[in-house]
Design a protein around this ligand. Sequence first.
Ligand code: CMC
Length: 436
Amino acid sequence: MNNTLTITDNRTGKQYDVPIENETIRALDLRKIKVNDDDFGLMTYDPAFMNTASCKSRITFIDGDKGILEYRGIPIDVLAEKSTYLEVAYLLLHGKLPTESELKDWTWNITHHTFINESIKQVMDGFHYNAHPMGMFIAMLGALGTFYPDAKDIFNQESRWKQIYRLIAKVPTIAAFAYRHRIGMQYSYPDNDLSYEGNFLNMMFKTTELKYKPDPVLERALSILFILHADHEQNCSTNAMRSIASAQTDPFSSMAGAAAALYGPLHGGANEMVLRMLNEIGSINNIPEYIKRVKAGEFRLMGFGHRVYNNYDPRAQIIKKAAYDVFEVTGKDPLLDIALELERIALEDEYFVKRKLYPNVDFYSGIIYQAMRFPVDMFPVLFAIPRTSGWLAQWSEMLDDPDQKIARPRQIYLGARTASYTPMSARNGKTEFAKA
Ligand code: CMC
């Protein structure tokens, strides 16, 4: 089979052969398609990267039509059943499952970087009492970077791993500190005897007890939720991470940008919006009217739809199952009934069926987090903690990829050219610029 694409330029009648590799053509190969020698050459126009691969990756595989998600080739449901979050973080970053001793070293390294410099607490203390924890989390990532000038040494492997330990270890600490600041409680320091998830629960919820004992069911549920959120290939925040870091920015600053992308209601902010939506619906009886308004385009059904899944998001299925284990301990959240009924009605409705809109990861995660006593505005932070390993794996892969350079898309310029400069005295406010 000839693995090329033949393109005829009807403007000139010329034909071009473009190689096809991995079912993809290189956009740069189109540049040779020109009307004359002065012509810049053909570009592709792809707002929102709907059909553009920005990198080659070996980390996460998604088949959106079949509802498949794999980390390093291992199906997500297998990992959710058999692994812990830290083991999965190792898998994402090292490309293989750890041996027992490798996992022990990895866990030790992460456990022994959980403390943050005491000065950083003063930055935290400067936030207003009702600051959104995700805003604090983003700011703290940037602030943390100022403590580690060695983080700029991104091509030094030893330094790179050190920043990876630091970031995976410290994100639960800054997340929990943001929460404690918000509710006006003294910070609860990391406890190195506990697991990654158990320690996070300790830093969130410890009060007067001498030693916090996490509930093993909740600890396990948190591990599953963290596994499901660890990576999702080239999503908006990962693209932000890669794009910022392509300027050789340090990983703390790059991750602050990635977290900012995650904060948006169409991305990691969606789980918070789902809970607000379920509360707004309030009762099963109100669902048909709510769906009617969604279909009329008034607003979207949060936690539904996905750019890459045209099928049930495999993560949503696993979370739905985990929810019942959590409710055994915490008691059932009444919002679950509304969510189940909303899902049932939406999945039968022609509007959602036609557009292949299914529940995504955020549809059920919020209900579990709420049952575990996490406040709604912590939800995006709970997404950011495990996504840290994914961001860092993608960052490291990018730095080692000889194809990558500073990210710099092209544009189609449709505005004015060589326009005359009108002096202030002659401006009448009526000048109109061409709209793109
Ligand atoms: N409710 C109602 N209609 C929807 C929804 C929704 N949640 N999502 C998509 N649609 C409709 C949309 O109006 C459009 O209809 P039409 O063709 O008539 O104009 C069609 O479906 C295609 O939508 P789109 O906006 O072109 O799809 P997209 O791929 O750009 O958007 C999305 C993907 C996730 C941003 C979108 O589905 C959405 O806004 N969902 C709600 C927010 C949400 O749950 N986000 C979490 C995503 S999962 C976590 C993560 O990985 O970030």
